[in-house]
Design a protein around this ligand. Structure first.
Ligand SMILES: *Cc1c(COP(=O)(O)O)cnc(C)c1O
Length: 449
């Protein structure tokens, strides 16, 4: 396998003729409900580059939605997964176990916050991990209610749709949803009515009051939160919010679940984003960045909670597939070897520096936020063509910017409850030249729209 040259190269319009041909075939056989951000068909990918079937090389600021943090063809992932593939593809861990699964659980026990005894169960997708965290918390507490937050995203299965905040596109028409799910406010500093400084204390007080008054703390099995909210718009809960909620959970025998599916595994410059305020969750859900692109997810947590479910109550045919486990071990090896936490922090420094300079020129950048290589800009409307920024969401600008970047060979994603957030999730192994070139294109796209 030859490494892909780490340079942007456009040889056709985006999408090119071969991609368009494939897109036509796709449209007649792939369900319309499955969308694609950019209908450019991938030939190979690695480092910070995605090469399409027409030979275009795009700068990757998406990582397949925060998955390929080590790149899409990391040497250690390919080596370990290939070796495992040749040995055996599957036995089902629930039939005859294998070492890779145990090794991944050992790594999770070592890397996740807290020095208590920990156990893990492995699954195939993030949504499945979140569902199982709920099963485990209910078995442990013998309670039913689950508390989630405004702007939260937890997946697309029935229970996780109920946990997810945003209707379109995730939930619309797909109900009825699972019961005993309650949503409370989150500390969204940029949009908090009394300002960001008061947000952490006020939002946590409101959330706790709502739990006490509307549900009753004694009925709550689990509180589930993303330490940095992903699909909801890369919202970092204002300081003080997470510790207050975690303390409330602890005081009331509620299982505190950190959903680190998007924010975990070096993405924010720490192994897990909840470390930023010293939070030790009871359970932590992981997926996305864990296995270098292979499908794997986990619930990890306090041994006594993880053991609450009866034998045979957890699992799944493919959960903790041996090839995916090998991929995870290769991914974790790469993260340690290349100090990808350090790389993520450097990406933050470069991106925030450049984006802050852009904000001076383009006041529709209302907010710049995020940590590590999980950075976003929230776009708002100006009160007149040359005028000052309002806080009115500007999803049209987010869409137009994404489109302009795509045409120039830089893959960016949007997100946010109002669809007005442009998010940047480059692979942590991206070269600094490529990172800056991607930012140049973003800057030119602002000037263009
Ligand atoms: C992506 C995501 C999920 C769902 O993961 P899937 O693998 O798509 O099922 C759950 N929680 C968070 C925070 C996510 O970002």
């Amino acid at each position: 396998m030859t490494a892909i040259p780490q340079e942007r190269r456009l040889v056709t319009a985006i999408p090119g003729p071969k991609s368009q041909e494939l897109q036509a075939r796709r449209t007649s056989v792939v369900a319309g409900g499955v969308g694609s951000v950019l209908p450019v068909f991938t030939a190979r990918a690695g480092g910070g580059i995605i090469e399409d079937v027409d030979g275009n090389r795009m700068i990757d600021f998406g990582s397949g939605i925060a998955v390929t943090s080590v790149g899409a063809s990391a040497e250690a992932v390919v080596r370990r997964a290939s070796a495992q593939l040749a040995d055996f593809t599957h036995t089902c861990f629930m039939v005859t176990p294998y070492e890779g699964y145990v090794e991944v659980a050992e790594a999770l026990a070592e890397l996740t916050p807290g020095d208590h005894a920990k156990k893990s169960a492995l699954f195939n997708s993030g949504a499945e991990a979140v569902e199982n965290a709920v099963k485990i918390a209910r078995a442990y507490t013998k309670r039913q209610a689950v508390v989630v937050f405004d702007h939260g995203y937890h997946g697309r299965t029935n229970l996780t749709m109920a946990l997810t905040s945003k209707n379109m596109p995730y939930k619309n028409g797909f109900g009825p949803f699972a019961p005993e799910v309650y949503r409370v406010p989150v500390a969204y500093g940029y949009r908090w009515p009394t300002g960001a400084e008061n947000c952490g204390a006020e939002a946590s007080a409101q959330a706790i009051d709502q739990i006490n008054k509307q549900i009753g703390a004694d009925n709550v099995a689990a509180i589930i939160i993303e330490p940095v909210l992903g699909e909801g718009g890369f919202i970092e809960p204002a300081k003080g919010f997470l510790p207050a909620i975690a303390q409330f959970a602890k005081d009331n025998g509620i299982v505190f679940v950190a959903d680190e599916i998007q924010s975990g595994f070096c993405r924010t410059g720490q192994w897990f984003a909840c470390e930023d305020e010293g939070i030790v969750p009871d359970l932590i859900t992981t997926a996305k960045g864990i296995a270098g692109g292979l499908p794997l997810a986990a619930v990890t947590g306090r041994a006594e909670i993880m053991d609450a479910a009866h034998a045979g109550g957890l699992g799944g045919t493919y959960g903790g597939n041996p090839v995916a486990c090998a991929g995870a071990l290769g991914s974790i090896e790469t993260m340690k070897e290349l100090d990808l936490n350090g790389k993520a922090k450097r990406i933050e420094e470069v991106m925030k520096g450049r984006l802050t300079a852009m904000q001076e020129k383009f006041p529709i950048i209302g907010d710049i936020r995020g940590r590590g290589a999980m950075i976003a800009i929230e776009l708002v409307k100006a009160d007149s063509p040359e005028g000052a920024a309002t806080k009115e969401p500007n999803p049209e600008a987010a869409g137009a910017l994404a489109k302009a970047c795509h045409a120039e060979g830089v893959l960016v994603l949007t997100c946010g409850t109002y669809g007005n957030v442009l998010r940047f999730l480059p692979p942590l192994v991206i070269g600094e030249d490529l990172l800056n070139e991607g930012l140049d294109v973003i800057e030119q796209s602002f000037a263009q729209i």
